[in-house]
Design a protein around this ligand. Structure first.
Ligand code: SF4
Length: 262
């Protein structure tokens, strides 16, 4: 059976690589989730508070911590209303989220903010040969800033439990997708190296806000499109093997996985 793929995104690529069967259940069959992961709810609520902070900053004001917490609370309510969480007591996760928002508010130093939550849809293609894959790359860039020297920095905001290594940053697919899109959209010249940053709120005992830099050369676009091409080929061919492993523990569609139902 062949499957259509309406578009690709960094999270879809990561999902396919972690478990093709999960990709099928989630994106092809659109299986309802059995529960909401509290870490995901926390991440969304923190993200929304940060988004409103930057939007307010672009309007020339600095959002108060109390207003940021209101955004966090509202988002938490929306994400959990009528849904089952993966924990009996969500309060520790919620309190951690509010602490992370406070840490961000205390430590962030915005530079020249050019765009926030920048939606994109660009064709996936090999620049050298001109071959077009026929499936677009879709995503949303969290933040585009210019530093004091005028360099454009493209940033991804995340909540994280562990500090990523240099190698993690070098192969991060979300950042590779941002770099590819930035060149396609002309935010950065096609031949330029893209400067990228992860703005990480660390879910450590004492929460911390760290900014980690990396780059992508134009060659990384070719590698990214090569990977996308392989995944498109696998998906449209109906290749969805299960990949049992640590990821099964938090699998939101695991109840319908064939490994559990055969
Ligand atoms: S339970 Fe495991 S193998 Fe099955 S879909 Fe989920 S992640 Fe994949």
């Amino acid at each position: 059976m062949d499957y259509e793929l309406p578009y690709l995104s960094a999270s879809r690529i990561k999902c396919y690589l972690s478990c093709p069967q999960k990709f099928k259940l989630q994106y092809v069959l659109k299986t309802p989730w059995a529960f909401q992961p509290s870490a995901m709810v926390l991440g969304i609520a923190v993200h929304e508070a940060i988004e409103v902070y930057y939007k307010t900053w672009m309007d020339g004001r600095r959002l108060s911590l109390s207003d940021m917490h209101d955004v966090f609370e509202e988002s938490w309510r929306t994400e959990t209303d009528g849904k089952r969480l993966d924990v009996d007591d969500p309060e520790p996760a919620k309190n951690m989220g509010k602490d992370l928002v406070a840490t961000f508010h205390d430590q962030v130093r915005p530079q020249n903010v050019m765009a926030i939550e920048y939606d994109f849809r660009v064709p996936l293609l090999f620049k050298d040969s001109g071959e077009v894959l026929g499936v677009d790359l879709v995503g949303r860039i969290d933040l585009i800033e210019a530093d004091n020297a005028g360099n454009i920095v493209i940033a991804d905001s995340k909540t994280m439990a562990r500090r990523p290594s240099e190698q993690d940053l070098a192969i991060d697919l979300q950042l590779s997708a941002y770099a590819y899109a930035a060149r396609q959209l002309g935010i950065v010249h096609a031949d330029e190296t893209v400067l990228l940053r992860i703005d990480a709120l660390m879910k450590t005992k004492t929460p911390a806000f760290i900014q980690l830099f990396t780059t992508r050369t134009p060659d990384s676009d070719t590698q990214f499109v090569r990977l996308a091409a392989d995944i498109i080929h696998a998906v449209v061919s109906g290749a969805f093997p299960a990949n049992p492993g640590w990821q099964c523990g938090g699998c939101v569609v695991g109840d319908t996985c064939y490994l559990k139902n055969s």
